[in-house]
Design a protein around this ligand. Sequence first.
Ligand code: KMT
Ligand code: NI
Length: 175
Amino acid sequence: MVEAYYHDNEEGDYTLPHKGDPLSLQELEKIGVFYKYINNQTELNTIASNRNYKNRDQVEIVESSFPSKEAFHSKLNIFYAEHYHDDEEIRYVTSGHGYFDVRSPQDSWIRISLSAGDLIILPPGIYHRFTLTSSMYVQATRLFKDQPKWEAWNRDLGRVSEARKEYVDFIAAKQ
Ligand code: KMT
Ligand code: NI
């Protein structure tokens, strides 16, 4: 079941829920984040073809699929570093659980809790991060238009691309 809420901003184990005030899916749409529950592959195919996504892959993020505990944790740290992409990020959770954190217009963290059947679309240019939950397991389909391009621009780089500018303008127009 999807759930969206503000992150409590407490430090510590980032796989814990960190639950703050709740937020509706309509509020997410206002910042360009779309959510949909999908219970069959046909619906996923429709979304992919409507948006011109030709390719996809399946990822399983669990310690046992990494060569070492260190490799697993370094991957989790990469996912959890705040970043944006110049393209949309579409993820469909097929098993397990994950948290996507996205920045609100006021720069607070909004946490979106996802499990099997949950599809999320993050717009180009939105700052976000991902973590496993305390279940420490997720399996997801990643959609991409052409070749996989997972270029991430971490916030500490301060880079402002065209996609980032467009997203900032989109948010500003709504205020
Ligand atoms: C990402 O880009 O953060 C990921 O692919 C995370 C795993 S997909 C649920
Ligand atoms: Ni990302």
